[in-house]
Design a protein. Structure first.
Length: 208
């Protein structure tokens, strides 16, 4: 059979499989997903998500701009660790997504070597094992951390389909936005990374 010629596609938009009925998987690891104005899922409305892993089996990410009414000192107490009082102890824990909401996930810089870590780019790690928090409590953990309860997960092809439906804008990740930008400014800063003013967006806008 003679193969069909490749079709042109919008820059950054997902490719389609040979039947044209489902987006083909492409790697968005170390990218931000930024919710478009038409986002209907309240778990992700107005959210910025860091994608840590993305492959043929699906995607895993963390919402990074939704602090909850829980600080790190209280969280550490709940897991029988003592965090010294200071700026870090007063830092907020974040809603990381609607999956495994009773489980903690830690974004940190530098990557280091912990029990269960996924490297997200060259400088950021995502760890789900307790040893990284134990090190923080003892004063020799990563220099910067962001702790979430829960994560965001997509099955095979699910994220690609949402992107094709203009639910998300995709942007290469910036570690400075995660660790050095106040939570309330992360959404606007994410749009600013590609020169977009969110006030001018509509739900029909495509992808970056």
């Amino acid at each position: 059979m003679t193969p069909k010629p490749a079709r042109q596609r919008e820059q950054g938009a997902p490719e389609r499989d040979s039947e044209g009925d489902r987006p083909r998987t492409y790697d968005l690891s170390n990218h931000f997903l930024v919710a478009m104005p038409g986002m209907l899922d309240p778990n992700f409305d107005g959210s910025v998500v860091l994608i840590a892993e993305h492959n043929d089996n699906g995607a895993l990410g963390l919402v990074i701009n939704r602090p909850i009414e829980l600080d790190l000192a209280t969280l550490f107490d709940r897991i029988d660790l003592k965090l010294a009082q200071g700026e870090l102890s007063a830092s907020s824990v974040f809603f990381g997504g609607p999956v495994q909401t009773d489980r903690g996930f830690v974004l940190h810089r530098p990557v280091g070597a912990w029990g269960s870590t996924v490297a997200v780019g060259e400088s950021v790690g995502l760890t789900s094992s307790k040893d990284v928090l134990e090190a923080v409590a003892e004063g020799h953990g990563p220099q910067q951390i962001l702790v979430t309860l829960g994560c965001a997960g997509w099955g095979p092809g699910q994220l690609e389909d949402e992107i094709a439906r203009n639910a998300w804008l995709t942007i290469p990740a910036d570690a400075g936005l995660i660790f050095d930008t106040p939570a309330e400014d992360r959404l606007s800063r994410a749009f600013g990374l590609i020169g977009i003013d969110p006030a001018f967006l509509s739900s029909s806008v495509g992808h970056a």
